[in-house]
Design a protein around this ligand. Structure first.
Ligand SMILES: [Zn+2]
Length: 137
């Protein structure tokens, strides 16, 4: 498997691991956005979040919850952004599912999830949009 994250999990590429269990591996981002920026990923090679089973996603986010609490305490954080880039268009640079835990401090000049993309679609048709999604659940 020619996947850089699979190589990090196997240890063939060294990393600063912070957590590991049967299904999840977490390490420090080598290009941190802020001190303590941590990547949490499934050990199984899965390209996109939307390809994960509910069980795999649950295991992943249970670990994100555990690790985020430790990161918060380790750096006495004011907050954090927790999120993932799903697909190349959204900025996913490694095609192996991963969640970013990005520590935040007051005055760090960072943005919120609302600053990621602003196509300003309006909110007049939210009921129709909700129906469109609900039909597929
Ligand atoms: Zn992989």
């Amino acid at each position: 498997m020619d996947c850089i994250f699979c190589k990090i999990i196997s240890g063939s590429i060294p990393s600063h691991k912070v957590y590991e269990n049967d299904s999840v591996f977490a390490f420090l981002d080598i290009y941190p956005c802020s001190e303590g920026h941590t990547i949490v990923m499934p050990k199984k090679h899965i390209g996109l979040f939307t390809e994960m089973t509910e069980k795999d996603a649950s295991d992943l986010f249970a670990s994100v919850n555990i690790i985020s609490k430790a990161v918060s305490r380790a750096f006495n954080l004011d907050g954090m952004n927790i999120g993932m880039n799903v697909g190349e268009v959204a900025g996913q640079s490694v095609p192996h599912v991963h969640v970013h835990i990005i520590p935040r401090k007051r005055g760090d000049n960072g943005g919120s999830m609302h600053s990621i993309v602003e196509t300003n679609p309006g909110n007049e048709n939210l009921a129709d949009i909700a129906d469109r999604i609900k039909e597929l659940l």
